[in-house]
Design a binder for this molecule. Structure first.
Ligand SMILES: [Mg+2]
Length: 387
């Protein structure tokens, strides 16, 4: 069979609304606020070929998809199945733009390959399992009376998630708060569900100093947390700072969400900066890129944990032995749905798990998800075409 040749790449932007959410005034991170409507922008990337097979990707932000312009020449007129060639050429073309944009294209190429070969991506990667244990990953804390506004509210929500079947719970705490209240939160949640669920903490680099990170790390030790992730304001990128932290606490660190790609992940491990590795198909060079990192981690005898939910993560996790949990989130006791309503047959919301707290990879061809083009076209803001 002749290889499909790429004829056109199109990026479409559309609008959608999310209820009871507002962007945090400083960080723009979504926060619960009753009655608010957040007007968000969604994006879809399509790769067209002369064979009629099309690859699709939904997600990404404006900066990432702006990078597509820079790497389009590495793809147009070329074999759509040659993902490794694209990975290497795009990496070179985007070397001064933090390689943004190539991940989104790579995921669409995998979708295309699955449709061409008539198989789900996880089978093309080499299936390992189809039951993926998920952790409940909270939205950041808020100040709403019925929200995640106290240590008790987080503990109540952890109990709710445990009852639903979640085997693990990850706290994203308040963007601004005292260290005392934050440590009280770790204690309260552990008191309520410790020993029944694995507990993780992701300050998302909100602690201002290494000293605060050390105190929080010691609290994680005391309350038996499973991992501590990106604790402080180095932004999660200092291998030296985290090596020093690892020497003083027992709780495993999970770093590398904020560094990009295979080589930097490997360097970070060799420098002693982390226990678990973070992998993200949207940040690390697509599915091609994260599989390289997952296998590098396997070679070190370590685990690579997928960041945030989505079809590409499910396919990767289904094909990798050395990872523990699927991140379901960000979820909140009062928010029904936070993702754009664009899949006809797929979602990642609080109640998407089965009774054992697992999700499965889609079984359709490629990513195995169907986009609601009627909705996307009705809410279209514009599009960019490369040909
Ligand atoms: Mg994180």
């Amino acid at each position: 069979m002749a290889a499909p040749i790429v004829t056109k790449i199109e990026v479409t932007e559309f609008s959608y609304e999310v209820q009871d959410i507002t962007p945090h005034e400083k960080t723009r991170i979504p926060v619960y606020q009753k009655g608010k409507v957040h007007n968000a922008v969604g994006r879809v990337l399509q790769i067209f070929t002369d064979s009629g097979v099309t690859g699709e990707y939904m997600g990404g932000n404006a900066s990432e998809l702006a990078g597509v312009a820079q790497c389009a020449n590495a793809l147009l007129g070329r074999n759509a199945l040659a993902r490794e060639a694209f990975y290497n050429d795009a990496k070179q073309a985007l070397k001064q733009q933090a390689r943004m944009g190539m991940s989104q294209v790579d995921i669409a190429l995998w979708d295309l390959a699955g449709k061409f070969h008539e198989a789900p991506i996880y089978q093309l990667l080499g299936e390992y399992r189809t039951k993926l244990p998920a952790y409940a990953s909270t939205m950041v804390g808020d100040d709403q009376p019925d929200g995640l506004s106290s240590p008790e509210a987080y503990a109540d929500f952890a109990e709710q998630c445990l009852d639903m079947g979640y085997p693990a719970y990850k706290i994203h705490w308040w963007r601004e708060s005292s260290l005392r209240r934050r440590i009280k939160l770790l204690e309260e949640v552990a008191k309520r569900v410790g020993g029944k669920m694995d507990l993780m903490l992701d300050p998302a680099s909100s602690l201002l100093t290494w000293g605060d990170a050390l105190q929080v790390g010691k609290a994680c030790d005391e309350y038996g947390y499973y991992w501590l992730e990106d604790p402080y304001r180095d932004g999660g990128v200092s291998a030296f700072g985290h090596k020093k932290l690892r020497e003083l606490i027992k709780t495993p660190l999970l770093q590398t969400e904020h560094i990009r790609g295979l080589e930097q992940h490997v360097d970070f491990v060799i420098a002693g900066g982390t226990d678990f590795l973070r992998i993200d198909p949207d940040y690390d060079g697509g599915i091609t890129g994260v599989m390289k990192i997952a296998h590098a981690a396997e070679g070190f005898g370590l685990d690579a944990e997928p960041h945030s939910p989505g079809p590409s993560r499910r396919h990767v996790m289904a094909a990798v032995r050395n990872c523990n949990y699927y991140e379901m989130g960000l979820i909140h006791p009062r928010v029904k749905r936070s993702a754009p309503p664009v899949f006809l047959d797929y979602e990642d919301e609080i109640d998407t798990i089965d009774s054992e707290g697992c999700v499965e990879p889609p079984t359709g061809h490629g990513l195995g998800v169907t986009l609601d083009w009627e909705f996307i076209k009705a809410n279209k803001l514009g599009s960019k075409i490369y040909e």
